[in-house]
Ligand binder design. Structure first.
Ligand code: NAG
Ligand code: NAG
Ligand code: NAG
Ligand code: NAG
Ligand code: NAG
Ligand code: NAG
Ligand code: NAG
Ligand code: NAG
Length: 659
């Protein structure tokens, strides 16, 4: 060993290996040198990406040193690499909307403004592409129609943007060339291979269950010279994942990487196996968990027993009505049992609100999640069945500005809908309630944008148009961060895109109802826009749509603001309690936008897409719409209407237009 040739050889081996990045982890433990960001942590022998108890959780893990990707920023000599890893994705509730996992190359471990939930904890939003070079392979277990996701189990290539450049269903080609699909969120240990060719700018991705050797044909192959623009001289390499309400355990079990040849073969013997709710876990904590679980179970058994007894005594004859019928099992999201909800709400004790269709109760689920349970009465079981079909699709709607539905339960002709609990209540309280703290303008405005985005998602972000039909400040709820969320889809109906909505009975709330809704009774997205316009006005003016304790001319908010507009001083409508907090031009824009939304003719109202663009101050020419462009130059001739401009000039905001 002391002879010179050996030293020489040793050095030869050493030099390339310090330049190259070549590593293998067949397991992880707390001494493993990794950069863990946010909620990612090592739970020996694996890495767990998110924290179940945090509603919005994101985690990233990176190899501790950066990968040299090219000698200088303008060089086209880009490093090739090969990597392979084993992951497991296990949602708590089968078929719940998933989030998945991303393999990522980035020049920072913390891309700015990264969002959790469906953004993998990497991207900021679909509209604004992340500025940092970000080359991502997504293993997505959820379908987000607004990102053009094909299905809820796909892999995709993302360059700085959550909108994938290419995506394909998860699976692999077996030795006879047949495609074998792979369900990524089954909890099964799944292996991924990623090969990146820096010269030809091509990336290949393959997934297969552990035990299947690397297929010769990749599942996804993407070649694009543009990829060079998403590579910076040095990049961190690792994983990122995130979640919202739904618990989904994303785990990385093993990982090998090489930028100088094929990554080393992983040892797949003795890998841990993860199964839903099987408590046979690894640490002492789990045993403590089991003990606590048993105690809770015993406790809940006792309470179930007591409750059952009380119910039996109280109402023996209604028992059979709780039978679960076949059709009920088809629906998603989660079906709760009546007893579960009864326990969660302590026998429906705490009423937190009354809606047109029933009361809302506060509850705590077994896993300590706070929920709001809405009880809706219905005339017939058939009606309920139809209603459920709608509710169940709506349970799949996921957007940061919608109140998430967690599940439901039927008992006789009564439906219980379980939603996330919104600790800060509804917006009207914060704007009208004399006793409560009054919201400032910045917060109000942010909430308006939130709600506009939520409604825009319902109207345009989904394969079906969802009409809310009861947009009002009482249905806008504020989450723990005081962000606005649109709630109460109890009234909404689903329509296929392009299909003429059926005529149904009028629903909605007086003061927010579009004029055509009262007569034609055919709700459209335009009637939602009208209601949102009223919300814009009431929030800006700090006044209910119908006030009873003011002088006659001011009774109908929309008319009052329109009159002020006609008189050329619309800004006087602004809430006097927040005077000085707002930029006058901005306030004027919001008020005028509110009026435009409340245009008596549905066709002349802007779409929610346009409303969002306007509120965000995005280029108005991008999303014009007649009313909006009128509005944009409509300042000088206020209520005149005779200004001799285009024919539709007079219409939108004319003072004499009746509501
Ligand atoms: C932790 O992992 C490293 C490799 O990353 C290994 O060398 C070490 O023995 C492990 N330690 C324990 C306590 O398992
Ligand atoms: C998850 O987050 C909560 C609080 O945010 C924290 O108390 C808890 O320790 C975290 N859990 C893990 C496993 O890191
Ligand atoms: C972990 O990696 C960092 C970055 O290369 C290095 O500075 C540090 O010394 C390493 N720590 C250990 C314990 O190896
Ligand atoms: C690349 O940039 C460096 C300085 O940033 C410059 O000196 C060099 O000429 C550039 N090379 C090419 C090929 O543009
Ligand atoms: C490309 O860069 C690598 C190091 O990153 C270097 O070893 C190689 O010589 C370069 N090739 C060319 C053609 O410049
Ligand atoms: C990462 O890239 C962005 C955009 O090119 C640049 O502004 C930023 O300084 C880079 N950050 C690091 C740490 O290199
Ligand atoms: C490949 O998959 C097809 C379809 O699932 C199956 O019929 C075939 O037997 C498979 N081939 C091998 C070699 O497993
Ligand atoms: C990707 O797959 C194609 C088709 O099998 C193959 O020709 C190509 O060499 C692969 N590229 C990389 C970077 O592995």
């Amino acid at each position: 060993m002391d002879t010179p040739p050996f030293h020489f050889l040793y050095f030869l081996l050493l030099i390339p290996s310090t330049l190259a990045l070549d590593f293998i982890f067949n397991s992880f433990n707390t001494t493993t040198n990794l950069t863990l960001i946010n909620d990612a942590r090592v739970e020996s022998p694996i890495i767990r990406m998110t924290n179940d108890t945090n509603k919005f959780s994101l985690g990233r893990v990176f190899y501790h040193t950066k990968l040299p990707m090219k000698p200088s920023s303008n060089s086209s000599n880009i490093t090739s690499f090969s990597t392979s890893f084993i992951f497991s994705i296990l949602p708590d509730v089968p078929n719940s909307p998933g989030f998945g996992l991303a393999f990522v190359l980035c020049n920072t471990t913390s891309p700015p403004a990264a969002l959790s939930s469906q953004y993998f904890g990497l991207f900021s939003s679909a509209k604004t592409a992340t500025v940092f070079p970000l080359l991502v392979v997504e293993f997505d277990t959820g379908q987000n129609p607004e990102f053009n996701d094909e299905n809820n189990n796909h892999i995709g290539i993302d360059l700085n943007n959550i909108l994938s450049k290419k995506q394909t269903p998860a699976g692999y080609f077996n030795s006879t060339g047949s495609f074998v699909s792979v369900q990524m969120n089954s909890g099964e240990n799944i292996r991924a291979w990623i090969d990146f060719d820096g010269k030809n700018l091509e990336i290949n991705v393959t997934v297969a269950p552990v035990g299947v050797s690397q297929p010769s044909k990749p599942t996804l192959s993407y070649r694009d010279p543009e990829m060079a623009n998403y590579v910076s001289p040095e990049m961190f390499v690792g994983f990122s994942a995130s979640k919202t309400n739904w618990i989904e355990a994303q785990r990385v079990l093993a990982w090998s990487f090489s930028d100088s040849g094929t990554s080393r073969e992983l040892n797949t013997a003795n890998l841990p196996v993860f199964k839903r709710k099987s408590a046979s876990s690894l640490s002492g904590k789990a045993i403590a968990g089991i003990a606590v679980g048993c105690f809770v179970f015993a406790l809940s058994c006792a309470s179930v027993f007591i409750l059952l007894y009380l119910r039996w005594r109280k109402n023996k004859r209604k028992e059979e009505e709780d039978d679960v019928e076949d059709w009920e099992m088809e629906y998603w999201p989660h079906r709760f049992s009546y007893d579960e909800l009864s326990i969660a709400t302590k026998g429906f004790q705490t009423v937190i609100g009354y809606g047109g269709f029933g009361s809302v109760y506060k509850g705590t689920l077994m896993n300590k999640t706070l929920v709001a349970v809405k009880r809706v009465k219905h005339d017939s079981k058939q009606g309920l069945k139809e209603f459920m079909a709608e509710i169940s699709s709506m349970g799949r709607l996921q957007h940061k500005n919608l109140v998430q539905m967690r599940g439901w339960c039927r008992k006789g002709n009564e439906l219980m809908l379980v939603y996330d609990y919104m600790p800060n209540g509804s917006l009207n309280k914060w704007v009208f309630d004399k006793s409560a703290q009054i919201l400032g303008w910045d917060q109000r405005r942010r909430i308006l944008v939130d709600v506009a985005e939520g409604l825009n998602y319902l109207h345009h972000g989904w394969d079906q148009v969802v009409i809310h039909r009861d947009v009002k400040s009482g249905n806008i709820l504020l989450d723990a961060d005081m962000r606005g969320r649109l709630g109460d889809f109890g009234l909404a109906k689903l329509y296929q895109h392009g299909q003429v909505p059926n005529t149904t009975r009028v629903v909605g709330t007086l003061g927010y109802l579009a004029p055509e809704a009262a007569t034609a009774a055919a709700p459209t997205s335009a009637s939602d826009v009208y209601s949102f316009g009223v919300v814009l006005l009431e929030v800006a003016c700090g006044r209910r749509p119908l006030e009873t304790d003011v002088v006659v001319e001011e009774i109908v908010l929309v008319d009052w603001v329109r009159d002020l507009y006609a008189g050329g001083h619309v800004v006087e409508a602004a809430d006097s309690r927040i005077k000085g907090e707002f930029d006058v031009d901005d306030m004027e824009m919001v008020l005028k936008l509110g009026l435009a939304c409340c245009h008596p003719e549905p066709d002349r109202r802007p779409t929610m897409k346009e409303v969002v663009a306007f509120l965000l101050g995005e280029d108005a020419t991008e999303a014009p719409g007649k009313v909006l462009s009128d509005l944009a130059h409509g300042d000088d001739n206020g209520g005149g209407g005779g200004g001799g401009r285009e024919s539709n000039e007079e219409a939108p905001l004319h003072s004499s237009i009746p509501i």
